[in-house]
Design a protein around this ligand. Structure first.
Ligand SMILES: Cc1cc2nc3c(=O)[nH]c(=O)nc-3n(C[C@H](O)[C@H](O)[C@H](O)COP(=O)(O)OP(=O)(O)OC[C@H]3O[C@@H](n4cnc5c(N)ncnc54)[C@H](O)[C@@H]3O)c2cc1C
Length: 369
């Protein structure tokens, strides 16, 4: 007989862990099933760790709503739990006059999303606060920050475990079936098992569509196609010449080669953007010249040889090259007709910022709200 469990969360990235925490705090018995031998080894440890303010997302979208809610929850949670973070702030800059109208568009969009603290900066103010940045205009986003994402994941896991949740590592969900008694999952790995669950949350990140396709009974028409886009980061040797994140005006759905200042006062540049057809984190060093050129557009002082290859991350995209901007897709029972099932697709940026708000949102979907 398969073991009966109340609630299984597939995936121990930041989103799965935040959802597990939320459900455990609500009194649910939670088991987190993670394919790898540790938590957060995929997108949750291959990102910029920025607490986004909510500027870039289409007003009314889930991304806009969950980012702004998530940011507030994140600052509060980090303070309560002693998770390393900093409201380091960010400037968005135009390097030529033609880009200046874009700054106004961002400001209006941010205000529509409830981000009302952006402050326009003159060239002189920019030079004073970030002397290394060459730009004609910009704005300051005071609520943008940086967080230790691993500490955040450990805190979420700790909260969930304190409420009785358990984490099963090396436990890949191989297949499953929707039955009259609940959702049956066949779990492989070192200790294979079959479980029947009242509730299943699919938070498998880059593999969420794959996991859904393996569960018989999830209507195929509800599973979106999978697209991947890789981003590379280069690090700068030595101390950061900037005191805050610096973003050039964005190019379509990504933020250009921007600067992120980390909690140790160092900085990295990236991510860039390229479509790929499978998950492969290898670093392509042939991009170096492109990075130097893009960075020197706003940081002319960048010295030859200063950049070092860093790491890559892969965005789980819902739209391909023809539809660059897509919203998070979070399907509850009303969307696919399966009681107790929630599937999360396309949780790219700002998924880290939104993670605690996504947890609350998933709980509300399960409650039929
Ligand atoms: C380059 C890049 C930069 C980013 N920068 C930021 C940023 O600065 N700020 C921000 O807010 N967001 C950012 N994001 C987005 C953020 O990192 C993600 O939204 C977030 O980490 C997604 O977390 P997740 O838990 O959904 O996925 P993941 O972290 O990928 O976790 C999914 C987990 O599911 C497991 N899994 C997969 N299949 C199975 C299975 N069948 N059975 C069991 N387990 C399985 C995987 O092993 C993995 O551990 C960035 C993303 C990228 C790619």
């Amino acid at each position: 007989m398969p073991e009966k469990i109340d609630c299984a969360v597939i995936g121990a990235g930041v989103v799965g862990l935040a959802v597990a925490r939320e459900l455990a705090l609500a009194g649910r018995e939670v088991v987190i099933l993670e394919a790898e031998g540790a938590i957060g080894t995929h997108t949750s440890s291959r990102n910029s760790e920025v607490i986004h303010s909510g500027i870039y997302y289409v007003p009314g979208s889930l991304k806009a709503r969950l980012c702004v809610e998530g940011k507030q929850l994140m600052y509060r949670y980090c303070a309560e739990r002693g998770i390393a973070h900093q409201r380091i702030t960010k400037i968005v800059v135009a390097t030529g006059e033609a880009q200046v109208p874009e700054l106004d568009k961002y400001k209006q969009q941010a205000e529509a999303n409830g981000v009302n603290d952006l402050r326009m900066l003159t060239r002189g103010e920019l030079r004073r606060i970030e002397p290394e940045v060459a730009a004609v205009a910009g704005f300051l986003s005071p609520s943008t920050g940086i967080v230790d994402s691993h500490a955040l994941m450990l805190a979420c896991l700790g909260d969930a475990e304190n409420r009785g949740a358990s984490l099963a590592l090396n436990s890949r969900v191989e297949s499953g079936r929707v039955t009259a008694d609940g959702i049956l999952l066949n779990v492989g790995g070192t200790e294979p098992m079959t479980v029947v669950c009242n509730t299943v949350i699919n938070a498998a990140g880059l593999y969420a569509q794959d996991a859904s396709r393996r569960i018989e009974g999830i209507p195929a028409a509800t599973i979106p196609p999978t697209f991947y886009a890789i981003g590379h980061y280069y690090t700068l040797t030595g101390k950061s010449p900037f005191s805050r994140h610096v973003y050039p005006v964005a190019r379509r759905d990504w933020h250009g080669v921007h600067v992120t200042v980390d909690l140790g006062g160092r900085c990295k540049f990236g991510p860039d953007f390229e479509w790929i057809d499978r998950v492969d984190y290898r670093f392509d060093e042939s991009r170096e010249a492109r990075f130097y050129a893009a960075i020197r557009d706003y940081y002319p002082g960048l010295k030859d040889g200063a950049l070092q290859p860093g790491y890559t991350g892969i965005r789980p995209k819902l739209g391909g090259p023809s539809q660059l901007v897509a919203d998070f897709m979070i399907q509850g029972p009303r969307d696919h007709g399966i009681a107790g099932m929630v599937s999360l697709y396309g949780i790219e940026s700002p998924g880290l910022t939104s993670s605690l708000a996504i947890g609350a949102y998933v709980r509300s979907l399960l409650a039929g709200e």
